[in-house]
Write a protein that binds this ligand. Structure first.
Ligand code: PLP
Length: 439
């Protein structure tokens, strides 16, 4: 298959030959009345798998039939409900099941794992992160520093891109890690940056962080279910992610956390603990002394929120059925088709409307998302796209994000997006000419 789409017929043929194309039918696709929308916002909120309703309904039935005994009595009791989720999630992020916990929400998990993995000493207290992290991550780092009685301005090192560039160079990240070396307590990076769509080199960052004697953790909100990850093999110390983006668990869905095997049973780590993190064998003995469950489960605090786990269970099953490596293959092709369409449009309008993709052009430096910067009237063009049925999003100060998700987006949608984008730009030019004439 080539990564250009010349015609509607070609796009439809590519869909027909797409080995994971049939999974689109597993999802409820948003519409505006009777007209289908082109949904490219799976990086913000993934779509609803059709089987979610039935999955939730099954749990409601258990509740109806068994009441509290639903925890133990049914064929699939709630007490072990998380186990299948851990296993399937582990497959997607490259971790052993025992290294995964399904719990809380993302910002909460950032805090919990920073409690365990940010250990400032008078010599080692710095945290390195990318400049322009998602606000929650920055707020968490600042408040964690203050909580330890430290000055966030001295603790947090935010790495900026070079003048005139949009994404960080790995060599500059490595350089910074070496530079702060012996003062570095933690490297806390995104997996894929929410604004630029840049996928960071997690393996290299982890290796270099470890060489400097630091702990290395990642926020994988935009990476989980999007790019290939090998958290265990890369020896990442910890990671956290939400599951409502590429992993389609629904608004405010339950979050994931990874704690590397090498830390899973450490008694010396600080933890904020709760009874659900106690080993199951003694959990209901209600002992005064906390006996952590082995592995990541030991970080759990509260009773499993089954109604939040049910949608994630459905979605993860679809990922496993489709095969994550197949989705990654399609994602690369789909994104690169989209990129080429946008680039040819950018060439067409180069004289009048400067359009530029700031996301890296290499497959292994990005996921599904492309971030488009249109210098003048970007926001108005985004709004026009929305009016014409393209669901993308706008991120201040100047980016339109589009993310074709391989599980449910089609080559035809990518092709149609190109047509809509072209039309919107033509109109924008006509509008500008009118304004000029009027002046
Ligand atoms: C989406 C996202 C969040 C959101 O956090 P919630 O606690 O789920 O609201 C945080 N960090 C990053 C990097 C994100 O992309």
């Amino acid at each position: 298959m080539k990564n250009t789409i010349e015609s509607l017929e070609q796009a439809q043929l590519m869909d027909k030959n797409d080995p994971v194309g049939k999974f689109r039918n597993e999802f409820l696709l948003p519409r505006n009345g009777n007209s289908p929308l082109i949904y490219f916002c799976g990086n913000s909120l993934g779509l609803q798998p059709k089987r979610v309703k039935d999955q939730i309904s099954q749990e409601l039935d258990k509740w109806e039939e068994h009441g509290v005994e639903g925890h133990f009595k049914p064929a699939k009791p709630w007490i072990t409900y998380h186990e299948e989720l851990k296993k399937n999630m582990g497959t997607i992020v490259g971790a052993h099941s025992s290294e995964i916990a399904i719990m809380n929400t993302l910002s909460v998990n950032i805090h919990l794992l920073m409690v365990s993995f940010y250990h400032p000493t008078p010599q080692r207290f710095k945290i390195i992160c990318e400049h322009g992290t998602f606000p929650s991550d920055l707020y968490a780092m600042i408040s964690q520093a203050k909580f330890r009685g430290l000055d966030p301005g001295k603790v947090i090192i935010e790495l900026k891109v070079r003048e005139g560039e949009h994404t960080l160079r790995t060599e500059d990240i490595v350089e910074a890690i070496h530079h702060h070396g012996s003062e570095l307590a933690l490297v806390f990076f995104g997996g894929v940056n929410y604004y630029t769509g840049q996928a960071f080199d997690i393996k290299t960052i982890t290796e270099e962080g470890h060489k400097a004697g630091a702990i290395v953790g990642f926020d994988l909100a935009h990476a989980a279910g999007n790019i290939e990850l090998s958290l265990h093999d890369w020896k990442v110390d910890f990671a956290v992610w939400c599951t409502y983006k590429y992993l389609n668990s629904g608004p405010g869905g339950i979050s994931g956390a990874f704690v590397h095997e090498s830390h899973g049973n450490r008694a010396d780590l600080h933890r904020f603990t709760g009874w659900w993190g106690n080993d199951l064998a003694s959990r209901f003995k209600m002992n005064r002394e906390f006996a952590p469950a082995p592995g990541a489960d030991g970080w759990q605090l509260s009773t499993s929120p089954i109604m939040l786990m049910a949608p994630l269970k459905s979605s993860l099953e679809i990922f496993i059925e489709a095969g994550f490596e197949n989705l990654v293959r399609k994602r690369k092709l789909l994104t690169s088709c989209m990129e080429n369409i946008i680039r040819s449009i950018a060439v067409k309008y180069a004289g009048s409307i400067p359009i530029r993709i700031i996301t890296p052009d290499k497959d292994d430096e990005r996921g599904a998302q492309l971030s488009i910067v249109i210098k003048k009237n970007g926001r108005a063009i985004f709004e026009q796209l929305a009016e014409k049925g393209v669901v993308a999003d706008w991120r201040e100060p100047e980016v339109i994000r589009v993310a074709p998700a391989p599980l449910y987006n089609s080559f035809e949608e990518v092709y149609r997006f190109g047509k809509v984008f072209d039309l919107v730009l033509e109109k924008e030019i006509a509008k500008r000419m009118l304004v000029e004439i009027a002046n």
